[in-house]
Design a binder for this molecule. Structure first.
Ligand SMILES: C[S@@+](CC[C@H](N)C(=O)[O-])C[C@H]1O[C@@H](n2cnc3c(N)ncnc32)[C@H](O)[C@@H]1O
Length: 384
């Protein structure tokens, strides 16, 4: 499968503009970078106050000059720090001009992020400001009409986002259902479509809990928990449910430890293929959002390609289905007859997932489920 065919199906809801229209996207991992030359980013916010003195000079955007001869490069060679160094909205001690207003800074930041190809520039510009100011987006909206000045450090965060670092890595936070999760380097940022997958499991678990009463709480297992998003949702939204989760990655596991602390979830650092042997044949619900991208498919979004861990993306094999198949095999082992399994996948894999479950002969009620945009993004079955 070509990366082009795969592109719209990658889980990240963001999408770069058409490469043919000028974005700096290529098929290789090493060449993705800011979608516009860094001097354009600097130029986009040239109305901000500069510094006096000989040690630092902004380029003349009209002349299209680059700074220190380095900002003309596109791609990883221009770091967020380099960009930040050229676009300060923070007045220096010797700058007589008034500080930039929050409203002007957010407006300029929106233009900068749009120029860099960020798909939701206004929202991201606002969320970065809200993060620094320690307020919610609603409060920030009110502040935009007031006299608040641009928060210190805004330019540095803006430059990182313009370099296509995920917003959630910059703020350190991902929102998932009712949860505020800690995320960063080494862990997969949970996606909105997975919230829908979790709902399918919650519905089944809630019904079981009602049928069994308080003493017979159901049991659920999350295979490949990453940040712990699915497991924490099950534990938080189905009181009395005993939840188990497994994560193989050394880098992701500490994030799961952090997010699952105090939730009651039993977390194991290991391989889903042999995890929880002590639960074999007893589990009510198994959920999984396994890695499922085919080996040859390169995600188009720099946020995904450069920042999501490969272990979280690539499912193994030409079709990416090795890990989904492993998750299904583990679910067969863990579930009792009648137990429910639901697994996320890419839209194009819906038929293959159904075939995979059907082919094993272990499943009944095999069903494809859509996400909120109507795409086939999950398959479930009942253990025979
Ligand atoms: C697509 S991410 C999903 C993370 C999380 N469940 C979510 O939805 O946000 C897949 C996760 O499975 C983990 N993983 C990959 N292979 C695994 C294995 N053999 N055993 C356990 N976890 C594995 C990855 O490290 C990654 O955290």
């Amino acid at each position: 499968m070509s990366s082009r065919a795969w592109t719209p199906l990658v889980t990240n809801p963001h999408a770069l503009p058409d490469p043919a229209a000028g974005a700096s996207v290529s098929g290789s991992l090493g060449r993705v970078g800011p979608a516009v030359p860094a001097e354009e980013i600097a130029g986009a916010i040239s109305s901000e106050p500069g510094e006096c003195g000989p040690t630092r000079a902004l380029p003349d955007p009209a002349a299209g000059a680059s700074v220190s001869g380095s900002l003309g490069r596109v791609g990883p060679a221009v770091s967020a720090g380099e960009i930040a160094g050229t676009i300060s909205s923070e007045p220096s001690e010797c700058d007589p001009s008034p500080p930039l207003s929050l409203a002007d800074a957010v407006k300029t930041a929106t233009a900068t992020l749009a120029a860099a190809g960020v798909p939701s520039p206004a929202v991201d510009a606002q969320l970065l400001a809200a993060h620094l100011l320690g307020v919610g987006r609603g409060e920030l909206a009110a502040m935009l009409f007031g006299t608040t000045v641009a928060p210190k450090g805004y330019d540095a965060l803006l430059a990182r986002r313009a370099a296509r670092e995920p917003l959630q890595h910059i703020t350190g936070t991902a929102y998932f259902r009712h949860l505020k999760l800690a995320v960063g380097k080494g862990v997969f940022v949970p996606r909105p479509e997975t919230e829908t997958v979790v709902q399918l499991a919650i519905d089944v678990l809630t019904q079981l809990q009602q049928e069994r009463g308080r003493d017979g709480g159901p049991t659920a297992v999350d295979l490949g928990t990453g940040s712990g998003a699915m497991a924490a949702s099950l534990a938080g939204e189905v009181p009395g449910c005993r939840v188990y989760a497994v994560e193989l990655s050394d880098a992701a596991y500490p994030w799961a430890v952090r997010n699952l602390a105090g939730t009651g979830v039993v977390l194991v650092h290991g391989d889903m293929r042999d995890a929880f042997a002590e639960l074999d044949g007893t589990v009510d619900v198994v959920v999984s959002n396994p890695p499922y991208i085919p080996a040859g498919a390169i995600p188009r979004d720099p946020e995904v390609q450069l920042h999501d861990p490969h272990m979280a993306l690539y499912g193994g094999g030409e079709d990416g289905l090795e890990m989904p198949a492993a998750a299904a095999t583990t679910a067969v082992r863990l579930l009792h007859p009648g137990g429910f399994f639901v697994m996320e996948h890419a839209e194009v894999q819906a038929a293959q997932m159904a075939d995979l479950l059907r082919g094993s002969g272990e499943w009944s009620d095999i069903t494809t489920h859509t996400d909120l945009t109507g795409r086939d993004r999950a398959t479930s079955g009942r253990r025979r």
